[in-house]
Design a binder for this molecule. Structure first.
Ligand SMILES: *Cc1c(COP(=O)(O)O)cnc(C)c1O
Length: 380
């Protein structure tokens, strides 16, 4: 066995003009939020994705918290979410007093199972938060139809899905709002960061206020009011313009980054498809009407034991692979809201079986060959 250098799961590196732009941000003498680089990122996201307004935030978690305030979530409101997601997707709403209603996922895309949403709706349901897992679009036609029928607001946690599309339309343009993450584990990153994308014009002014500590500071800077004052609840959700500078440099390289990630994804797919078919391993499913942004490559092993053994086997060869979300309904918090084993059977199984392979912006094809080769040799 060759003990070559470690093949890491993630590798957050600068790929373009990040350092140059950091220096420029420092020279601009505008280190707080909403400086020149933040504005460039806003414009880029608005024009590329086609949303009414983009607002950079300190994280996707914070963009979700802003969403919960914007949607006026109140104690006792029920919010429907997929059971298989990151804690922040629901925690942001629980902070406002919401009751989470966990819905199981589809066994193919691992997105919320739209056929199980309607039975989870009650008179107290206020919103559906969808997550485009691995950046593969949820069944938005069906979900928007259910939401329309029951007068529910739809939020997209699009942390994985920037530049992904569903039926030709960008993810992030379907909900009243959508959230992005620029955490170092995502396709584009500034270390910690996020964005709120707003598709409902009525929400724009209030979002700016919530993001600026509950003040109308943004209107003041635009000369729309002659002093700024406390007008609503809010917090400090603006990242420093230094981080926006890093992010802008990353987004400038979006075509190169996405081209590379597509090649990485396709190499795993062609290297593992026959093996997976023979060995009863499930690989990602991309519906023909979805364009994915190549956020991750996962495999579903036949059992928890096989998955755990493969993680250890790869680790022995200096290959770092990871599992992903645990079922939210079985977490300590989920159980406080009544979660019981068996409630979301698909999530419980997928959570045990899923393994994410090394996937990042500098992964080389020889590293990928080593990963694929090791997987082929794994005995289970
Ligand atoms: C990464 C992630 C988040 C959190 O993003 P932060 O920017 O770290 O707050 C939320 N939801 C999903 C689905 C994520 O993958």
């Amino acid at each position: 066995m060759t003990q070559s250098s470690r093949i890491s799961f993630n590798n957050p590196v600068f790929l373009g003009r990040e350092l140059e732009y950091i220096a420029e941000a420092v020279n601009n003498r505008h280190l707080s939020g909403d400086g020149p680089f933040t504005k460039k990122v806003h414009t880029l996201l608005e024009s590329e994705i086609g949303v009414r307004k983009a607002l950079l935030t300190t994280s996707c978690t914070h963009a979700l918290e802003m969403s919960a305030i914007l949607l006026d979530i109140r104690p006792g409101d029920e919010v429907i979410i997929p059971d298989f997601t990151f804690v922040s997707t629901i925690n942001a709403f629980v902070l406002r007093g919401a009751i989470p209603v966990f819905v199981d996922i589809r066994p193919d895309t691992l997105n919320i199972d739209e056929s199980k949403i309607e039975e989870a709706v009650t008179p107290r349901t206020k919103a559906i938060v969808v997550v485009h897992y691995a950046g593969v679009g949820c069944e938005m036609d069906a979900i928007l139809e259910i939401a329309g029928r029951h007068n529910l607001l739809v939020v997209e946690d699009n942390a994985h899905g920037l530049f992904g599309k569903y039926k030709g339309k960008f993810l992030g343009t379907f909900g009243v709002v959508a959230t992005q993450s620029f955490h170092e584990t995502k396709n584009f990153s500034c270390g910690e960061g996020g964005a709120l994308l707003i598709n409902t014009p009525d929400y724009i002014e209030r979002a700016e206020i919530i993001r600026e500590k509950g003040t109308n500071r943004s209107r003041f800077f635009r000369g729309q009011v002659d002093k700024y004052t406390w007008v609503d609840i809010g917090s400090s959700y603006l990242p420093s313009d230094i981080l926006a500078a890093v992010l802008y440099a990353q987004l400038e390289e979006r075509n190169r980054i996405q081209r590379h990630r597509k090649a990485v994804w396709e190499m795993y797919e062609s290297g593992l498809r026959d093996w997976a078919n023979r060995r009863n391993v499930q690989l990602p499913f991309i519906p023909p009407y979805c364009e994915q942004p190549y956020h991750m490559y996962y495999i579903l092993m036949p059992s928890l034991e096989a998955r755990q053994n493969l993680i250890m086997y790869l680790r022995e060869q200096n290959i770092h692979s990871v599992f992903h979300y645990l079922p939210l309904h079985l977490s300590d918090m989920g159980r406080k809201f009544g979660g019981q084993p068996g409630d979301c059977a698909v999530t419980e199984r997928v959570s045990d079986q899923l393994l994410r392979l090394p996937f990042h912006n500098t992964l080389t094809s020889s590293e990928q060959e080593a990963v694929i080769d090791a997987i082929h040799k794994f005995i289970f």
